[in-house]
Design a protein. Sequence first.
Length: 393
Amino acid sequence: MSRFLLVVPPLTGHVNPIAGIARELTARGHEVAWTGTESVLRPLLGPDAQVLGTGTRAFRAQGGQGLAALRSLWEGFIVPYARFTTKPLDAVVREYRPDALLVDQHTPAGALVAHRHGLPWASLAPGAMELGRPFRALPQVEAWMTGLLRGLWQRAGLPEHEYTDPRFSPALVLAPTGRALTGAAPLPAQVALVGPVLAERPADPAFPWERLDPGRRRVLVTMGTLAGGLGADFHARAVRALALCGDDVQPVIAAPHTLLPELPGHAVAVDRAPVLELMARGALDAVLCHGGMNTVGEALAHGLPLVTAPIRHDQPFVAAQVAAAGAGLKVPFARVTAERLAARLRTVLDSGTHREAAARVGAALLAGGGAVAAADRLETLVAGGTDRQNPLV
């Protein structure tokens, strides 16, 4: 059996898909360890997970939209986190001696350390933006990105002539999505679209299941953690829109209470909802979200139609794919009125067409194989990864 080291950023949406893959690898008898910010990983993974911490520190909050948001993400979080974790991650690899690494693309330090030690590694693409080279048509942006990544490479003391883009393993890039959400553009040969990774997550005993009203249609509202200061304004419009949908609609809102207006008595609001469990129990009829790849893939896998209000990064692209597939509708996050949002929500709730399309697209996504297919690919990676340039000593 093999040892796998999983390298992830301290972000829930990035940990959840890899957790499902980790569970499948463990079930096959492999040893799995995680590395990253233990204070974030431990609550998500439970007490039994092997977590080899790399420390923690504060980073700038993300902001902006479009290219400004991309710059904020990379310069304010990804690059500083990589600089902070490269040295402790190197120590983790020397101690744990993995056979292969699975590295989230937003933790490029994992790729740098894997290259240094001649270890096979796979990338995990957390969003549609990271599946190819989306900025080739924007040479200035591509040059800026390349400069950041080469800077990390040099800082790690790696030979310049061996430079490899740490976002893209030359052997394997796992993507928890499918063609319905990536579009028809060609992808590199090493990209494996395995579809949503649906795996049991730690139970949330605090969720008020008893408050879900079987006599009402239930809409989950989850906008992730990227809404920032605009979150309160959007949630106020969303709550008003759901009220306009009628008394037969019950909002289930996952958001900090500080972002929410006064809610009707039948609304359920929690800081964090057990999204997959809600979907698996058939407790939802539709989802209002930001268009993040995880939430969209999970909703479609359960046949749930969506209304998306994309904020930044790859969310506008994913939202457009959902609309093009007929599995939901798209609204502008910053500008949609409560009345317009209510009309969109009523449409997906009342229209069997959107629900049928969601089920059809979801079935196509699930055909990718999820955690089973990802584990198959990782086992193949290890089996072919014995020719190492710089084995651990």
